[in-house]
Design a protein. Structure first.
Length: 115
């Protein structure tokens, strides 16, 4: 009986851990929509780049990830955002923003990943 209760509690906690919202800065949405390939889908990659100040950002890529079954999907700013279940975020909501790369160009990433 206790195992069933533990299993049920674990499943409920896992279900509640699903990301249900994403914050996208207007300039980040503009960049993502401008470079989309018609599908209006983006995904948060477990690939990090540093901005000019040295802060790491998880990259946001256009398209659908190859292993989409491991992602939660969230509709935000006319985009379908695939959020990896394996990543955690400070405040539980990914915040997609633009940031200056060391190359001088701006890119789009998530600033609040919890490592």
């Amino acid at each position: 009986m206790q195992r069933r209760v533990l299993r049920l509690v674990s499943l409920l906690i896992g279900a509640l851990a699903v990301v249900v919202s994403v914050d996208i800065a207007p300039d980040a949405a503009e960049i993502l929509l401008a470079r989309d390939k018609g599908d209006k889908a983006v995904w948060i990659a477990d690939v990090y780049y540093s901005c000019v100040g040295g802060n790491p950002f998880a990259m946001v890529r256009n398209g659908v990830p190859s292993d989409a079954e491991n992602y939660d999907t969230v509709k935000a700013e006319r985009l379908c955002v695939y959020v990896p279940r394996s990543m955690t975020f400070e405040g539980d909501t990914p915040k997609i923003v633009t940031f200056p790369r060391k190359t001088g160009l701006r890119d789009v990433g998530v600033r609040n990943t919890a490592k």
